[in-house]
Design a protein around this ligand. Structure first.
Ligand code: ADP
Length: 632
């Protein structure tokens, strides 16, 4: 037997390991299974190139709990180690790795968000074990070795009688980590970190109905043909969809994988994007567009990041462009540095390239979907628009490509691209300065009367109802200077869109002046500015409008991101537009009795408020009461 002292500068590194990685003790299992996987894949490689003259077979990794002995076993059938290799790889290499890791780790403050904790490797076992044993037999013709270490730098190394190839790690679980002897806990960890690792992982056994080996022949009774047989319980899928070629996969396969990834998710994804690149960086993955709608749900099923099929994290901030973090799926890339802080990650050139690649792939896919089946794309629009609109606002590269597939729906469910929209509005909807006017509504119900007025005149009205739409409109206008967006209720329609000829006013200048004076004494000044307009006599006599600019600025400051500071506190200011050609205008002017005149104006104002959803509470109650009085 050899005993020795591991060569370390820190006297006792294990308490440090424990302390620094306190919250992430559970990663030890991932690290040890990763080592077993590496050892197995290395053997596969060596046998395939003829360097290892052994049968590769179908190796698995087994995880076993010995609750009474307070031990956890991780057993692989990989290439194993000779005693010399244990000396070298475990005592020297692994240890220096652990030390180096801690050095780095100490510098980056604990909460700055180290995303992986990779690199600690084998020694992470000491986060949960008070003693660790390695019993290993190399594929080479050499005796097995047995290494033991209790967490101090002293170790023992002696021969062992293991005859089968591979490595068994035995963790003597420490008193403060006994949870790792619970079956449900280990199952949970295997499910989280190892669900898609490339070597089958066995955890216990299960019963399955299989052909009965004792019964043969066609005419055996049906119920004896199969029987319950105890088989290995393999917890992982070693060949997850993202490791395959898109040509090997059907739509069904992609959907199946989605549910494998998120077993608690019952909704189907809308579509997927298969990522696959090996130069200048290596990345595979599948992203899914879930149904989002306009209310952004709290996201529990997030995009998962893997490295060589080993789960790392579901915090992909900095790697995936922010607007796409609402998607679901997996990304697997060995090229993402994991022992750096988030800000370090964002500054990393390779990571920036990855993020750009993902943006481009998503844009290409959307364009292809749009071109292949526009009708279907239109049907999905409502569920995907929030991601796309957010992408246009936050990523210039995406904005540039968005013209090819971003849609602008009308209140009647027609869908235009921006180019089509311009074409459609040309010669139909321009303002006094010759700019194309895009009329839109934010809510079909609330702005119903305004929408109807515009439609009656043959104008196109869009339905733009995302919470961030005012920001997007602002961007599109500054980009396409020939376009101006106005909400249907932002002014009277005849002021928004240029008409061939002006309507002639029935009232004289004098009459107009006296009408205005009457109105201004009755209508509250602090909320309404009175404007007289000569319109069709059929148009509504009183209309309340809110200027586009004011409303938009207010919305922008409320939804954050570039709005004007303090605009959220502005009082609501509206225009009261009165149609001087309406019969009501004439009647108001002609009413001599001041009380009667006042109640006419008040009633008309309330009606206008009602159609703008502004009549509420006490005012609404009073209005209803008064109206009943009038008809009784
Ligand atoms: P890393 O895996 O990052 O190299 P580790 O500390 O996990 O670092 O392991 C150090 C070395 O010990 C490995 O590179 C490998 O050579 C050897 N090793 C660890 N676990 C096993 C195993 N299960 N089978 C064979 N060799 C192993």
């Amino acid at each position: 037997m050899t005993t020795g002292k591991i060569n370390v500068s820190v006297e006792n590194i294990f308490p440090l390991i424990k302390k620094f990685l306190y919250s992430d003790h559970e990663i030890f299992l991932r690290e040890l299974i990763s080592n077993g996987t590496d050892a197995t894949l290395k053997l596969k490689h060596l046998t395939s190139i003829g360097e290892a003259k052994v049968e590769y077979g179908s190796p698995i990794i087994e995880v076993k709990i010995d609750k009474d002995g307070k031990k956890l076993h991780i057993i692989d059938q990989g290439l194993g180690m000779t005693a010399d290799e244990v000396e070298k790889y475990i005592n020297q290499v692994a240890f220096s790795g652990a030390e180096e890791f801690l050095d780095k780790y100490k510098d980056s403050a604990k909460d700055s968000g180290i995303i992986g904790h990779f690199g600690l490797g084998f020694y992470s076992a000491f986060m949960v074990a008070e003693k660790v044993e390695i019993i290993t037999k190399s594929f080479k013709d050499e005796p097995a070795a047995h290494w033991t270490c209790d967490g101090s730098p002293e170790f023992t190394l002696e021969p062992a009688d293991k005859t089968s190839r591979g490595t068994e790690i035995i963790l003597h679980i420490a008193e403060d980590s006994l949870e790792f002897l619970e079956e449900f806990k280990i199952r949970e960890l295997l499910n989280k970190y190892n669900k898609f690792m490339p070597i089958p992982i066995k955890f216990g056994t299960k019963k399955e109905m299989l052909p009965n080996p004792e019964v043969s022949g066609e005419d055996a009774p049906e119920d004896t043909k199969t029987t319950e047989i105890e088989v290995d319980n393999i917890i992982n899928n070693p060949n997850p969809a993202w490791t395959k070629q898109p040509t090997e996969l059907s739509d069904e396969d992609y959907k199946k994988f989605y549910h494998e990834l998120y077993p608690m998710q019952f909704e189907e994804p809308l579509f997927h994007i298969h990522l696959n690149v090996d130069y200048p960086f290596n990345l595979t993955g599948i992203l899914y567009f879930p149904k989002l709608g306009s209310d952004m749900q709290i996201q529990k099923d997030k995009i998962q990041l893997y490295q060589n099929q080993v789960y790392v994290t579901d915090n992909v901030e900095g790697i995936v462009p922010e607007f796409l973090t609402m998607l679901k799926g997996v990304i697997d890339s060995p090229d993402i540095p994991l022992n750096v802080s988030r800000s370090g990650l964002q500054a990393d050139g390779a990571v920036k390239k990855i993020s750009n690649y993902i943006t481009r792939k998503v844009a290409d896919k959307l364009k292809a979907l749009f071109n292949e089946n526009r009708e279907d794309f239109e049907k999905k629009w409502n569920d995907i628009k929030i991601v796309l609109e957010y992408g246009m606002l936050s990523e210039d590269k995406f904005y540039e490509k968005a013209g090819a597939f971003v849609l602008y729906p009308t209140v009647d469910d027609k869908y235009f691209t921006l180019e089509e929209l311009k074409e459609n509005l040309k010669e139909k909807q321009t303002d006094k300065d010759g700019k194309l006017v895009v009329l839109y509504a934010g809510n079909k119900e609330a702005q119903h009367s305004y929408i109807e007025i515009a439609k009656d005149k043959g104008y196109e009205v869009l339905l733009l109802d995302s919470p961030i739409i005012s920001h997007l409109i602002q961007k599109i206008e500054s980009d396409n200077s020939g376009l101006t967006f106005v909400r249907v209720d932002s002014d009277h329609i005849d002021n928004l869109i240029k008409k061939e000829e002006a309507t002639i006013s029935k009232l004289s200048e004098e009459e107009k002046t006296s009408l205005k004076t009457v109105l201004e004494t009755i209508v509250p000044k602090q909320n309404y500015s009175v404007q007289l307009e000569a319109m069709d006599s059929q148009a509504a006599p009183f209309i309340i409008t809110q200027p586009e600019f004011m409303r938009r600025m207010k919305e922008m400051s409320q939804s954050g991101g570039g709005g004007m500071f303090g605009m959220g506190n502005m009082p609501e200011m509206y225009n009261l537009v009165v149609n001087t050609n309406s019969d009501l205008a004439t009647t108001i002017l002609a009413t001599e009795d001041k009380t009667a005149q006042e109640s006419l104006v008040k009633q008309a104002l309330d009606l206008a408020k009602l159609s703008q959803n502004l009549l509420k509470g006490e005012a609404l109650t009073a209005f209803v009461k008064r109206s009943f009085e009038m008809i009784k």
